[in-house]
Design a protein around this ligand. Sequence first.
Ligand code: AOS
Ligand code: ZN
Ligand code: ZN
Length: 424
Amino acid sequence: MQLEKYKIDEANQQKAAAHQRKFDYVAGEVANLDDVMEKLAAFNIAIPSWALGTGGTRFGRFSGGGEPRSLEEKIEDIGVLHALNRSSGAISLHIPWDIPKDAKAIKALAAQHGLRFDAMNSNTFQDQSNQAHSYKFGSLQHVDKAVRKQAVEHNIEVIKQGIELGSNALTVWLADGSCFPGQLNFRKAFENTYESLEEIYAAMPDDWKMYLEYKCYEPNFYSTTVADWGQSYMYVNKLGPKAYTLVDLGHHLPNANIEQIVSLLMMEGKLAGFHFNDSKYGDDDLTVGSINPYQLFLIFNELVEGMDARGMNHANDLGWMIDASHNVKDPIEDLLQSVEAIKIAYAQALLVDKKKLVEAQLNNDAALAQEVLQQAYRTDVRPLVAESRLRAGGALDPIGVFRSLQVRGNLIKERGEKTVATGL
Ligand code: AOS
Ligand code: ZN
Ligand code: ZN
């Protein structure tokens, strides 16, 4: 299934006049309009291969039908997303949920849809049928060297597959930890994990990065061996210049000040990038911006400030990925919403009057600082984001077009009603 450009253009025609009115209105208010439009156009967010099917929970899974049954079909779905929003030009694979049997052919198919391969994700949190040792009591932390070795080798295999595809980053998320007090020795678990990570690190090409994710709980409920940003930072700092800390928004204790974590990791040159999602309670993996869009804006405000202070390229110098999974929405519509929410927060952060904010900070003027931030946050930047899509050949109203062209219906016709995305 491929979306024809002329159909998107036709749909845009119907919305053109109303869009132009809204765009002119907000554009007139934005002093740095060209800069904002240029940066929005360059900003892409990688789609995780596991988000294209209904994720479900451990209590059940309700497939919407027409889900991708292979890596090729996942790439096609991301092609649809990218055709609609022109901002989803990358895919993040998960091994072994995705098995790129013929790397050349997979790479060519992705290129056909304008996609590149973002970070590769390894999986040592589940047992595969062909595996010698179990990860029930951890992988890189395991008390048994043979289990650690198996997990290290898996990660090295993922790096090899990534090289073939042109990726240049490995994301390591560990479920390692313990469920009960006394179950493990924290220090030894850390040391084992560090030693395993060192071996993986040594196998990475020089132009690769390791992204080490942290998570405070789940599936282990007493301790996690990379539990928070400080612990991840300890590992990546010891590992060396190719290792960075990845922030997944859902992996913090309630009310953590994520924007402050982001700012400080960037200050140390150790921020890898993001797994974007939203949550009310824990690692809910809900649609980005569905619960707390103000927090997302505050994070982007720190990102823009920090990246500018360090002379970084917004689009390329950090890893931008979505990590979401849930039960009730069409996965493609959900991802369109997530990408849109990220671009809105980014656009708002680009509108912050930095000069005024710095002045307010130097004068200890807390009220003015809040005014400056909320002036940007409360600006309706949706027409700017839509205009950026339009100029890049995308849809003014991606979900509207997805629905009016009956994309899901066509996918169901093509793939069937009872499909289960591979790996989930
Ligand atoms: C798990 O909670 C982490 O967020 C992982 O990044 C991710 O969900 C997983 O790798 C997908 O399998
Ligand atoms: Zn994640
Ligand atoms: Zn997570």
